[in-house]
Design a protein around this ligand. Structure first.
Ligand SMILES: C[S@@+](CC[C@H](N)C(=O)[O-])C[C@H]1O[C@@H](n2cnc3c(N)ncnc32)[C@H](O)[C@@H]1O
Length: 207
């Protein structure tokens, strides 16, 4: 990581009040794809990691049984709680948790994460994907900065001083090594995408 967890948390604490007001088209498209691929059932528990102000968590709460949003920034989490209260959403819980220690609910059916994992090094992403897989969700949906080819150094879609995106290949290998199958790869931009990973087919009638 190019910054410590504490530094990342402080940076997002500062950004939190304005975070929702400056979103580009690629971000909006990625949120929409993560939400549509997550497809929770009404008895599912969803864990949203790096939940921020709850863009994904609050959208999925409409269909899921319960959504748990985890983040390292108290400021971002507080914005999420306020949005949930304003909207009267009661099946979302926001609290502290990080990729490699997610503070996950007991039964996690689906894990989502949007624009957050790119703060980790590739080795830490692999560890995080292993931790997530260990929760045995049937589906993992990752939206993030990720490189589909050679990134154009003059037009980075990220901040090189604090962010550390992976190639799609590195992420795909980590998911498959953790026992998941990639069932969708969505390219939003040459540096932004959504990956959907599912556990091997079971007889739960979901496919
Ligand atoms: C760009 S925001 C994305 C927030 C939200 N997922 C969205 O789509 O709007 C990145 C979030 O990841 C959080 N974050 C960074 N590193 C993290 C880590 N190691 N574990 C959990 N959250 C982390 C930050 O605090 C921040 O809220």
């Amino acid at each position: 990581m190019k910054q410590s967890l504490k530094e990342h948390a402080e940076r997002f604490d500062e950004k939190a009040p304005e975070y929702d007001s400056s979103k580009n088209e690629e971000y909006k498209a990625t949120v929409s794809l993560v939400v549509s691929h997550a497809r929770p059932r009404n008895d599912d528990t969803v864990l949203d990691l790096g939940t921020g102000t709850g863009a994904i968590a609050l959208a999925l709460a409409e269909d899921a049984g319960e959504v748990v949003g985890r983040d390292i920034s108290d400021g971002m989490l507080e914005e999420g709680r306020e949005k949930a209260a304003d909207r009267g959403v009661e099946n979302v819980a926001f609290g502290d948790g990080r990729f490699r220690e997610p503070n996950a609910p007991e039964n996690t059916d689906i894990v989502t994460s949007n624009f957050a994992m790119h703060h980790l090094t590739d080795g830490q992403k692999r560890e995080a994907i292993n931790v997530i897989a260990g929760l045995e969700p049937r589906r993992i949906v990752l939206g993030d900065v990720m490189f589909f080819g050679e990134p154009n150094p003059d037009e980075p879609f990220y901040s090189p001083e604090v962010d550390d995106p992976a190639t799609v290949g590195v992420l795909a290998d980590a998911f498959t090594d953790a026992g998941y199958v990639l069932t969708a790869v969505e390219r939003v931009h040459e540096q932004v995408g959504v990956l959907v990973a599912e556990s091997l087919p079971s007889d739960d009638g979901d496919r």
